[in-house]
Design a protein around this ligand. Structure first.
Ligand SMILES: O=C(O)C1=C[C@@H](OP(=O)(O)O)[C@@H](O)[C@H](O)C1
Ligand SMILES: C=C(OP(=O)(O)O)C(=O)O
Length: 453
């Protein structure tokens, strides 16, 4: 489908269960592959990013099969009485390697534009046996990986840039790495830190990992640590900038691992509840979520929406007054922050989103793309180096105009502009299928909830 026109919807109310988290799914696949024992991953996300990780692991000799989960139990959820009732659950069974991959010969792995596959696999394969070429889509070759490669090289890794210094594609000649004192610059992406953390327990020696620079997207590091612990690894956080990771560990399968609903995917529906009266309830993510993007709901609340929390659900409705703009530092929720940019079209006054420099390093230059497309809708937008300020037209959402939104092969550009359909002008999304990176069924789910008054 080349484009999709979403016509005006005045109101929305209903319930949606969001698919599994991309960040959790790709970590769980990798940890299960490295672990001793077989892991059943319940509520698996089926999307481009998880397909890339799954294919790569399969090529590396990991056995991954779909399992029949009729009657599957959500055993990894803490409170069994709140066990989610899930239909169409996809579960995978991963037979762990019980350590790092040992591959004889050379392998080329295509990782698309999945940062959560490229960065962790670059780390893990540097310490595995075999020769690995890591390739991807053209945009992946513009997304920096230098700080991670520098850190790995400081441990003795043999990694070559095949095209441009500091960027994929990479040629990795795997070799045994010892650990030691390791520094990594986390100012462009937290994924470098997460990638190293997941590798380090498997090295022969202990490692002291120090973070340098203004580390971005910190909740994703907490997520990594929580998940490593679920797979029985020991990680000590010495202070905000230092971790101690003992070597010679082994990940162990937790048996069944439940993949939470995706909190970034939840943001589109929660914002819809705030703009289109609501209430909208999102199931699959709640106060017990491991994902930092659950804090998106706090931003909606600060803008005036009514938010109520369950352990694994969030409900949002419009507040008594209109949504208000404001100034928000959203470094901790870079993905869901994009949804605030389009929510801003429905708020009074200006909304300024700060500390989002790394928007420029993701699926596209998101600061530039966002500013360009919001202007097409009639907003007044100022784009700074690491911030964006959005002011709706003087007549508010009534002053917005219909636009054909270019999506830049960026799933989140497509999904967050769906909210413009709460303005009378409606909206046309070009190449809506790019949402398959993390949420192939997004527009069908969005229409369902929009109709379910
Ligand atoms: O670790 C993760 O799962 C992610 C970390 C974030 O990236 P950065 O750390 O590069 O901001 C986020 O934007 C990405 O979608 C997923
Ligand atoms: C930045 C994102 O993806 P990636 O994991 O490829 O970095 C994203 O999903 O918004």
């Amino acid at each position: 489908m080349d484009n999709l026109t979403l016509s005006y919807r005045a109101r929305v109310a209903g319930t949606v269960r969001v698919p599994g988290s991309k960040s959790i799914a790709n970590r769980a696949l990798l940890l299960a592959a490295l672990a001793e024992g077989t892991t059943q991953l319940d509520n698996m996300l089926i999307s481009d990013d998880t397909a890339r990780m799954r294919e790569a692991l399969t090529e590396l000799g990991v056995m991954i099969t779909e399992v029949d989960t009729v009657g599957a139990k959500c055993t990894s959820v803490k409170n069994a009485s709140e066990k989610p009732q899930v239909e169409n659950l996809t579960s995978l069974q991963v037979t762990g390697l019980g350590g790092l991959p040992a591959f004889s010969g050379a392998l080329s792995l295509f990782l698309g534009n999945a940062g959560t596959a490229m960065r962790p696999l670059a780390a893990v394969l540097s310490a595995s046996s075999g020769e690995f070429e890591l390739t991807g889509e053209p945009r992946m070759y513009e997304r920096p990986i230098g700080p991670l490669v520098d850190a790995l090289k400081s441990l003795g890794a043999d990694i070559e840039y095949q095209q441009t210094e500091g960027f994929p594609p990479l040629l990795i000649r795997g070799k045994e790495l010892q650990g030691g004192l390791l520094r990594v610059d986390g100012s462009m992406s937290s994924q470098y830190v997460s990638a190293l953390l997941m590798l380090l327990p498997l090295l022969a020696g202990d490692t002291r990992l120090q973070l340098v620079g203004n580390v971005v997207s910190k909740p994703y590091i907490d997520l990594t640590i929580a998940m490593m612990r679920s797979f029985s690894a020991r990680v000590e956080q010495v202070n905000e900038r230092e971790f101690f990771i003992p070597g010679q560990q082994q990940y162990k399968s937790p048996g069944v691992y439940w993949i939470e609903g995706d909190a970034s995917s939840a943001s589109y529906f929660l914002a819809a509840g705030a703009i289109g009266q609501g209430p909208v309830t999102v199931e699959g993510v709640g106060s017990e979520s491991l994902q930092g993007d659950r804090a998106f709901a706090d931003v909606l609340e600060a803008m005036g929406a009514e938010v109520s929390w369950g352990a694994r659900s969030i409900r949002v409705a419009a507040g008594k007054q209109d949504l208000q703009g404001g100034v928000f530092d959203l470094n901790h929720i870079p993905d869901a922050a994009m949804t605030i940019a389009t929510t801003a079209l429905f708020a009074s006054g200006s909304t300024e989103i700060r500390n989002i420099a790394n928007w420029r390093l993701k699926e596209t230059d998101r600061l530039h793309a966002m500013a360009t497309e919001l202007r097409k809708c009639g907003a007044d937008v100022v784009e700074g180096d690491d911030w964006i300020r959005i002011t709706p037209p003087p007549a508010g959402a009534n002053g917005l105009r219909h636009a054909e939104i270019a999506t830049y092969d960026d799933h989140r550009m497509a999904m967050c502009f769906a909210l413009v359909s709460f303005a009378e002008c409606g909206v046309t999304i070009l190449d809506p299928e790019c949402c398959k990176k993390t949420y192939p069924n997004f527009f069908a789910d969005f229409s369902d909830i929009v109709y379910s008054n």
